[in-house]
Design a protein around this ligand. Sequence first.
Ligand SMILES: [Zn+2]
Length: 153
Amino acid sequence: MTIRLPVRIDSAAKAKAYFLGGKATFTLYSLKTKKYLTYRIVVCKSDARFHFVWAHTHAGYRYVGAIKESTKFKPISYFVPTKKSLTQNHFLFKVFKWVWGHVYNDSLPFNLLIYHDGTCCRCGRLLTDPKSIKRGIGPECIKYFEFKKGGTI
Ligand SMILES: [Zn+2]
């Protein structure tokens, strides 16, 4: 039997790296409302500048919107709803938009805790050694990450 323990992500930079790993599953915990929300962010297969955000609900994962990431010439990033997604008034959309706004600008909301679920943020496989679990990325995937992001995770 495998037990997945939640692992705390303690900085905005790490949260951003984890979110954009390619296949990330994480849980947000609000110290204010005492509620947990789980999201999944998957990179677009045909264009890696886009990441699709899903939120876990009682009816399974629902599509929330897309992160449009920076390009070399346009260093911007924003989170937008798309046609199939939950409406912009839905709290799952609002919460993620708020969190992404913070994380992208290198801050963590003080009343929010972020946990990953013990899986690799790039391939989604279960992490087994303590070092990888702490980082949120496996030994093979981190090679790709260091190459791509200059070892910032
Ligand atoms: Zn991996």
